[in-house]
Design a protein around this ligand. Structure first.
Ligand SMILES: Nc1ncnc2c1ncn2[C@@H]1O[C@H](COP(=O)(O)OP(=O)(O)OP(=O)(O)O)[C@@H](O)[C@H]1O
Ligand SMILES: [Zn+2]
Ligand SMILES: [Zn+2]
Length: 806
């Protein structure tokens, strides 16, 4: 009997997508446990790769097995729960196991490989240049530019003779930050005596001793010590050699910083609706029953306060809490609210952190030093033990779905994890997704409703402005008079306005008035967006950019002009109309730098600006008491998308951004500018009537057989040449037709809305079904086949419940 380990290796292909058995060498017996990262040999060449141990057991058939080479760290990085979850998700979402495991870990744990040349037989080296290369070493880094490419033929020949080997090494990039700490070893008295014994010329040592007397027995970092004592690193080294102090390296955490200090807060007294919701959730928490609640509460109804009090209850039982929020609402304001209640028990996880910060927050959770995690999508994999509650705020947000491989929906993952821990899930939103609301209708989830705002102030009143009339009367196509007047009033009253336009840049596109030419992206079938701040045209799909031409490249005319409106133009035009107004613009372009969102929102919160202009990133979560006006400049941008969720998106967006107005004691107003005033999504958003929207939209979904009545899977397929992708797509549909159930519906193949992206042509196939095991089997087969297709240059992606059909 020998100890063996089942290991999933870092080779994301269909053939390798299973655990492989390895022998555990004597030195690693009792050390190797499931969840650990290891280095193993793989393939005929035995190159070294990273693997994840999934099980350890005994076996008699071990003759053929290769041994594990080493462990990457001594503690497992995945818990048994996460391993099981990873397998389940891989299976369901047509993803490789190893890709799923890696998605659960901080970026720095993604393996990097380096290639090295190892000299085996020094005496066999005859060529002088190669001899020179190995003059003082027998390992040469292949990636670092150490190797003269002219030597490649010679190296290859030596490799074939066995003189040289190419070895692959797994680099561990997960680095702990170390700080050098200095600890005084002697008493104040002893330091004093030493100082008196010094020669008069030993000025620096005297200074060092004087400082040590002040420091008492407290350790201090060497950098701080140097600065405050006015000594050098060398002086400290001498002191250590003399036994005056001890220097050691200790681990330090990189904790993400905020502009403003955290203010501690205490629980508010809940109003009766809040209390009722709280009581039901806490009853489930106390009973440790796995249960899902849908908390449908109008904007500003105090959902966040309920979350905080439920978390407090869970913590009092020594269990842990996970709170997910969409990336764009994981604002410093939200972090302040959670840290204000739970202080250093909180770990924050989102993409705005540096790799080091993310790794350290992850370690704090892993070591049980943080019991509350607040984070965006991928935080759903936080290595928490003993979870009592999982909150998914703004549960309707499409950003919870990871759109690239490995695809997963954080809301689904949250529900799976809660099942494992017998924990409670709270899905919260003012505008729940149709899917979740429908489940509540069928009592799969418990519906909890908050129908009014927490502070007894009413919801804002909304006005819809028909922009067709405005244009007919020769008005401005960006701002209606009604909106301008209201903005002016706010400036006079020293209140604030929020204006949303869902398009960044200056203008949609550039067009020549003479010949009609529109500059297109060279890689995509999409007009390039005008950016006035950088004076460039930019493709919003692939990022390609070029200078804005002064004359038309086709006909030479200088009458080439920007068309349409983006946030930059809104800012510019607003400044012309209100020269004294202070305006902050928030979009991808102004928030790219680390900490920029925090800075801009802090400024707005401190009333250093009158108007906040932005894309949908300002629509959710913001809670500023002096915002009394919200303007939606073009409510139709999301409505016109060719997607069955267009109405739902539009309703959600208008309702959410409207909810930013009048959240404290001042009354709020909303102006909705639209070219489709009669559309039910806009009319019902004006009334903030979610329940009516829900029943209307459910009828439409039923008629057209969409979610939540049908499940859907999208297959996206692409190739460099359009005829190839079309052919493959039609063949695929033919193949599928023989495998699916009678009531399963296939749409397409059809080219995607933007036909060519990044120099590839895209086709899509949409499949709608109720229950279809034949289809499930076909899709698994297809995933295996994707690898063969990729040999012909065809890429294929299977997306369960796609959130965007564009
Ligand atoms: N019980 C309460 N007593 C007093 N103030 C409260 C209470 N509950 C919430 N508030 C306050 O009401 C405001 C709105 O609450 P909160 O931001 O939690 O609402 P929300 O439902 O999460 O809003 P949204 O969905 O619009 O982001 C906040 O300023 C909050 O401090
Ligand atoms: Zn022209
Ligand atoms: Zn492009």
């Amino acid at each position: 009997m020998m100890q063996v380990a089942e290991i999933v290796v870092d080779v994301p292909t269909m053939q390798t997508n299973r655990p492989w058995t390895y022998l555990i060498p004597k030195s690693l017996i009792n050390i190797l446990v499931p969840g650990m990262r290891v280095v193993v040999p793989f393939g005929n060449s035995n190159r070294q790769i990273q693997g994840f141990v999934v099980t350890v057991h005994e076996s008699t058939e071990t003759a053929q097995l290769k041994p594990v080479i080493s462990v990457i760290e001594l503690n497992p990085v995945l818990t048994p729960e996460l391993i099981q979850l990873g397998n389940e998700l891989a299976n369901r979402n047509f993803v490789f196991m190893v890709s799923m495991y890696q998605a659960m870990l901080p970026n720095v744990m993604r393996a990097k490989y380096s290639k090295q040349l190892r000299l085996n037989q020094p005496d066999a080296l005859k060529q002088p240049e190669v001899q020179a290369m190995f003059a003082d070493r027998d390992l040469v880094d292949f990636n670092a530019g150490d190797v003269d490419m002219a030597l490649l033929p010679a190296l290859k020949a030596y490799q074939q003779q066995g003189v040289l080997d190419v070895v692959y090494q797994v680099d561990n990039r997960a680095k702990v930050k170390l700080v050098r700490m200095i600890t005084p070893l002697l008493s104040t008295n002893e330091y004093d005596q030493l100082r008196h014994a010094l020669r008069a010329t030993a000025k620096k040592q005297a200074r060092l001793l004087t400082y040590l007397m002040k420091l008492g027995s407290n350790p201090q970092s060497t950098t701080q010590f140097e600065k405050q004592a006015g000594v050098t690193a060398n002086d400290i080294k001498v002191a250590a050699q003399k036994g005056w102090v001890e220097i050691e390296e200790v681990e330090a955490y990189r904790i993400p910083k905020l502009v403003e200090p955290i203010k501690q807060t205490t629980p508010l007294t809940l109003n009766s609706e809040q209390q009722d919701a709280y009581d039901q959730i806490v009853a489930a928490v106390n009973g440790q029953t796995n249960h899902v609640f849908l908390l449908e509460g109008v904007t500003g109804s105090g959902k966040t306060e309920i979350y905080l009090q439920v978390i407090a209850q869970v913590l009092s039982q020594n269990r842990t809490a996970l709170m997910l929020v969409p990336e764009i609402t994981l604002t410093p304001q939200m972090v302040h609210r959670v840290k204000g209640r739970f202080g250093s028990m909180v770990a924050v996880m989102h993409s705005g952190l540096s790799d080091g910060e993310r790794y350290d927050e992850w370690r704090r959770v892993k070591r049980h030093e943080a019991q509350v995690v607040i984070g965006a999508r991928s935080a759903v994999f936080a290595p928490l033990d003993n979870i009592g509650i999982i909150i998914v705020d703004e549960e309707h947000e499409s950003s919870y779905k990871q759109e690239e491989n490995p695809r997963y929906h954080a809301r689904d993952v949250a529900i799976l994890r809660a099942k494992y821990h017998n924990a409670v899930v709270v899905l919260g939103s003012a505008t729940p997704s149709l899917e979740s609301r429908a489940r509540a209708q069928r009592n799969r989830y418990t519906l909890l409703r908050l129908t009014h705002r927490a502070l007894a102030n009413p919801l804002p009143t909304s006005e819809v402005v028909d922009m067709r009339d405005v244009i007919k009367q020769g008005g401005d196509d960006i701002f209606s008079d009604q909106l301008l007047k209201k903005i002016g009033d706010r400036i006079d009253r020293n209140e604030q306005s929020v204006l949303m336009l869902n398009r960044r840049g200056y203008a949609n596109f550039l067009m020549c008035r003479q010949c009609g030419f529109v500059p297109m992206c060279p890689n995509c079938d999409l007009a390039m967006t005008v950016h006035q701040d950088t004076k460039r045209l930019e493709c919003h799909i692939c990022g390609a950019n070029q200078p804005i031409p002064n004359e038309c490249p086709m006909c030479g005319s200088d009458r080439i002009r920007p068309y349409g409106t983006g946030t930059q133009k809104v800012e510019e035009q607003l400044q012309i109309r209100f020269p004294n107004a202070r305006i902050i613009r928030m979009d991808v372009d102004t928030t790219r730098k680390k900490g920029a969102t925090d800075r801009l929102l802090t400024q707005f919160g401190q009333k250093k600006a009158d108007i906040l202009v932005g894309t949908q990133m300002i629509a959710k979560g913001l809670d500023f008491p002096d915002v009394t006006l919200v303007g939606i400049l073009n409510a139709d941008t999301t409505l016109n998308l060719p997607d069955f969720r267009a109405s739902e998106r539009t309703f959600q967006l208008i309702t959410q951004v409207s909810g930013r107005a009048g959240r404290a004691d001042k009354k709020g107003e909303v102006v909705i500018q639209t070219y489709n005033p009669q559309h039910y999504a806009i009319a019902l958003a004006k009334q903030q009537d979610y329940e009516r929207f829900f029943s209307k939209e459910m009828q439409i979904r039923h008629t057209w057989r969409y979610a939540p009545y049908y499940y859907s899977v999208q297959i996206k397929i692409s190739h460099q040449f359009e005829n190839q992708v079309a052919k493959a797509a039609y063949q695929l549909v033919e193949w599928l037709r023989n495998k699916i159930a009678d009531d399963t519906i296939i749409f397409g193949p059809a080219p995607t809305t933007v036909r060519r992206m990044k120099n590839r042509y895209y086709y899509q196939i949409l499949i709608k079904f109720k229950h279809d095991t034949g289809l499930e089997k076909a899709l698994t087969e297809l995933m295996a086949d994707a690898q063969n297709l990729s040999k012909d240059g065809i890429q294929l992606a299977i997306d369960r419940e796609p959130v965007s059909l564009i």
